[in-house]
Design a protein around this ligand. Sequence first.
Ligand SMILES: [Zn+2]
Ligand SMILES: [Zn+2]
Length: 142
Amino acid sequence: MIAVGYIVGFTLCMATILFVFLMIAIFFHMQRTSAYHRQQPAGTVPVHSINNFHPGIDEATLRQYPKLLYAEAKLHQGNSTSSCCSICLADYNDTDVLRLLPDCSHIFHLKCVDSWLRLHATCPVCRNSPLPEEMASVEVTS
Ligand SMILES: [Zn+2]
Ligand SMILES: [Zn+2]
């Protein structure tokens, strides 16, 4: 009788563990499903997907964009260089590190525009995409 009781207890124990695993699996599945529905509400288009299909620019591409000191930017671009950052609206100092967007030549603080470009693949001022054409038309490979 002791052996039978042991086997029954063991079976119950295993059943409980399986049940808990099942509940955890269902829980995560429901969380994923609801997260999916939150991102894509029926009948509405997420605002940021209207202008571009890219959520942002990846770190490797960002690092390829030219960066320069404001003092250098003034030398290269003369009077056409804006004197303040359009993102944080602070005036540039000669020692500020700036990022030059390759297509439109707009400049911003490196730290300001980098955090912007990680979220939006467009210039904050003119909305041009600084991504090269062939990259912009090809879906992200992953
Ligand atoms: Zn700034
Ligand atoms: Zn621009």
